[in-house]
Design a protein around this ligand. Structure first.
Ligand SMILES: [Zn+2]
Length: 122
């Protein structure tokens, strides 16, 4: 009996890894991915690759979860040229400089100190 259950999971795994589960003749480009446009470079990329920004009364807020209410926009989190004030002004207006600084602090820090995330602060 135990042999059977072991083999069962092997089969399930094999099915999981099979490249084409069913015939998708009508849709050549796989599944639909929601796209968002960067406010700085205007490049369109999958939503999950973008960082959402929300303009609140208190100022611009970075919204990685994409769930904050308010006027939102997206920028490339991996392109410093998209964090400059000039390019953000279109969206953030007078708050563009503040937003630019927030992006550079938060995104810059994430990259350079990624290995330290999770360490207890002493
Ligand atoms: Zn961009």
């Amino acid at each position: 009996m135990s042999h059977v259950s072991g083999r069962k999971s092997e089969i399930a795994l094999a099915q999981d890894l099979s490249p084409v589960p069913h015939d998708g003749g009508r849709m050549p480009t796989a599944k639909h991915v929601p796209m968002r446009q960067c406010i700085a470079c205007r490049e369109r990329r999958p939503k999950r690759e973008m960082l959402r920004i929300v303009l609140t009364e208190a100022g611009p807020v970075l919204d990685p979860t994409g769930r904050k209410p308010g006027r939102g926009a997206y920028v490339c989190p991996d392109k410093p040229e998209c964090w400059v004030e000039k390019k953000l002004r279109r969206f953030a207006g007078a708050k563009a400089q503040e937003l630019s600084q927030a992006l550079q602090i938060v995104l810059g820090r994430v990259k350079s100190q990624a290995s330290q995330v999770g360490k207890p602060s002493t």
